[in-house]
Design a binder for this molecule. Sequence first.
Ligand code: ATP
Length: 250
Amino acid sequence: MTLEAPASPQSPASAPVVLVEGLVFRYPNGHQALHGIDLRIDPGEKIALIGPNGAGKSTLMLHLNGIHLPSEGRVVVNGLPVSRENLGRIRAMVGLVFQDPDDQLFSPTVYDDVAFGPIHMGLSKEEVDTRVARALAAVGLAGFERRQPFHLSIGQRKRAALATVLSMSPSLLVLDEPSAGLDPRGRRELITLLRGLEQTLLVSTHDMRLVAEIFPRTVILDDGRIVADGPTGRLLADAALLEAHGLEMP
Ligand SMILES: Nc1ncnc2c1ncn2[C@@H]1O[C@H](COP(=O)(O)OP(=O)(O)OP(=O)(O)O)[C@@H](O)[C@H]1O
């Protein structure tokens, strides 16, 4: 097992954005998908979460905004435990983007989808409009307000899905497989976009080149356990480690 203190851009004393302690999760059918996860994410970190199919990456990420609640252990976001009572506040702080943008886009127009979160935060029409414009500009979709989401390309839909959470100004962005299905140009645009985001970022991916290009820190999950956590360059250079967990560089 390879575990190291993460290289945080903040001072070690700064409060973590995410603290996961002893997280165990069993699905209702009894399958135990997480076996005691400990993870700390500091402000401004950009972290890749990698591991083979079925390792538990999505299950872990779904705990960060309370779609799943721990069977044992706890998850704390910006000092607030993720629990049923705190879900509204947690979801305003954690923007979760699913792998399939169609899970996130359900309105007749891009504007309606991106405005949905801010409207439900009770913001004024003026503030909602400002946030929609800012979020669409951030993902390169300025002027797409009146477009119909289901007529956009997959790359545009993925960016629109990201805009639906950016409009809530989350302090943590959690993205599941953001580069899946993108062509080379879409991938390059995504890399530029992710590099420019100021939010703390946790991204699950099988795209090892994306990992190498963007993320200073990588966490490897296998069979519901963190098996390595450290600087990306060192982990990806460890061929034996990658092979042991069903991973390889392209
Ligand atoms: N609703 C469910 N009920 C029971 N077991 C589930 C459920 N969803 C996922 N699992 C199981 O939990 C384990 C972890 O799945 P998870 O989707 O978190 O893995 P993953 O690392 O995200 O995989 P992938 O890379 O394929 O997306 C797997 O064994 C999976 O079959």
